[in-house]
Design a protein around this ligand. Structure first.
Ligand code: ZN
Length: 252
């Protein structure tokens, strides 16, 4: 019986034929040595690829020079093949894995992080058409796990819980319609309401009708994406490399 379960977030080549695999599990991200992983005929090849869910067993390396644990056997639980057959879904998923790889040290709750990632990848894989929204849901809800949750509960000036209308970037707090004034570092109006909805609504509660309504509103989706990119940059100094590359591909 294989004892651990995880999702391969990133791999790098190691020595001639091996790979280091960074795997997120309920215990956080750990790096493992996979021998012979570059040889497609090897049994280790299949599960040492990025974007794979696997179960696996490990052994400590005899050589004490470096402390990698070695994966001794593994089995692919999900290959996310629908995602891999769709370039946009793949780019969205790589963006998600990149965020996890870069920022997971900001969370203490790896148990929730792992089950959340697993859930989102399942949803994208099953509903390729909604990939963009699921990626957005991921980035919105992750703010809580990263300890930089925006305050969507009341207006930071007058404390009212009614008619909330905007979110300030620099304070991460909401303003109501009366207290709102336009400046550059905010998201407001309809885009704010959708962002708030994405943040507060459980993933399970997004039914087809709601999803379709949100993804029709391209302007709001773009606003939210842009705001979240600024938010990640402002609080964690994080800029997505995947996005830069994706934009280059699309503009060519
Ligand atoms: Zn107010």
């Amino acid at each position: 019986m294989l004892t651990q379960e995880g999702i391969v977030i990133k791999t790098i080549k190691y020595q001639e034929t091996s790979k280091i695999a960074f795997i997120l599990s309920e215990n956080g991200i750990k790096s493992y040595l996979v021998r012979n992983a570059n040889n497609y005929k090897s049994k280790n090849f299949s599960y040492s690829q990025e974007l794979i869910k696997l179960s696996f067993d490990v052994a400590k390396k005899e050589n004490k020079k470096d402390s990698f644990e070695i994966i001794t056997s593994g089995k692919v639980l999900d290959n996310y093949s629908n995602i891999k057959n769709d370039i946009d879904a793949l780019l969205n998923s790589i963006e998600i894995l990149e965020i996890i790889y870069s920022l997971s040290m900001h969370t203490n709750d790896n148990h929730t992080l792992y089950s959340f990632l697993s859930k989102i990848l399942d949803l994208i894989n099953k509903n390729i058409a909604y990939r963009k929204l699921y990626c957005l849901i991921f980035k919105t809800k992750l703010l809580y796990l990263l300890g930089i949750a925006p305050n969507f509960s009341h207006c930071s000036k007058c404390q009212t819980k009614e008619d909330l209308y905007s979110l300030q970037l620099d304070s991460g707090t909401s303003l109501c319609k009366k207290c709102f004034s336009l400046n550059e570092a905010i998201i407001y109006g309809k885009s704010y309401n959708i962002l708030r909805f994405l943040y507060l609504t459980k993933v399970e509660q997004f039914d087809e009708k709601i999803i379709k309504k949100i993804i029709e509103d391209e302007k709001s989706i773009n606003d939210i994406n842009e705001f979240l990119d600024r938010y990640y940059d402002y609080y964690l100094g994080y800029k997505s490399q995947t996005k830069k590359i994706a934009n280059k591909i699309k503009n060519n």
